[in-house]
Ligand binder design. Structure first.
Ligand SMILES: N[C@@H](CCC(=O)N[C@@H](CS)C(=O)NCC(=O)O)C(=O)O
Length: 223
């Protein structure tokens, strides 16, 4: 993969609440950590729902990764594919790899769903009274998974041994936790800080943000 022609898809602009949180971030971050060079196809908003993109991403979403002309979708699958090609992201030991894979799925399948539900309540549910009524219950679900994660982390710097692709997935998921729930758990806050201060994360984030800044006038004047 190191010598493959790699292209990630990203948006030319998203609303402010999503800037810095679009899922191409974890793919860019994994590629940066692995040291693989890559191109970015910056897609104008709306084109994700058109047939050419739907052929490579059936749900009309980003990211996708093109590897020498073959296309993949789902950010979790993509970062795992990158990790398989880089010792910077996966341990050599089989038992540790199994743990890393388990934590990648835990991040996407156990931790992210209640966090996404809370974000949906806060950002997208139009019945604000219903959202306010449901928030405590959903926030308690988020707190439940966060507490289990904190217990499993047990003050270690990374979730499994050295830094791995599991930390990329978990950090990108945990960055979407509201500040109140994150800050009252110092080891969780420190976990996110530790990983988002890595140079590869900063490069990935700057790469995602660049077109948003460049295209702000085009989209924000139109709204
Ligand atoms: N499970 C998918 C989710 C992808 C996803 O939700 N992508 C969002 C951006 S983060 C998207 O493109 N949404 C469609 C849209 O904005 O039109 C993945 O991890 O790749």
């Amino acid at each position: 993969m190191k010598d493959s022609n790699l292209t990630v898809t990203a948006y030319d602009w998203v609303p402010h609440f999503a800037q810095g949180h679009v899922r191409d971030l974890r793919v860019r971050w994994a590629l940066e950590e692995a040291g693989f060079s890559y191109n970015v196809e910056v897609m104008p908003q709306g084109t994700q729902k058109k047939p050419p993109h739907l052929k490579r991403q059936p749900f009309g979403q980003i990211p996708t990764l093109e590897i020498d002309g073959r296309s993949m979708f789902e950010s979790g699958a993509i970062v795992w594919r990158i990790a398989e090609a880089s010792s910077a992201l996966l341990p050599g030991d089989g038992a540790a790899r199994d743990q890393v894979l388990s934590w990648v799925f835990a991040g996407l399948n156990t931790i992210e769903p209640p966090i996404a539900m809370l974000a949906t309540l806060e950002l997208f549910v139009t019945d604000k009274d219903a959202a306010a009524r449901l928030r405590p219950e959903i926030a308690a679900m988020v707190a439940g998974v966060l507490n289990r994660f904190v217990a499993a982390l047990a003050d270690a710097p990374h979730i499994v041994g050295d830094f791995s692709v599991a930390d990329i997935v978990l950090t990108t998921v945990l960055r979407d936790v509201p500040a109140d729930l994150l800050n009252e758990r110092p080891s969780l806050h420190a976990y996110v800080e530790r990983h988002t201060s890595r140079p590869a994360f900063k490069t990935a984030l700057a790469g995602q943000m660049k077109p948003f800044v460049e295209n702000a006038a085009k989209y924000e004047d139109a709204t």
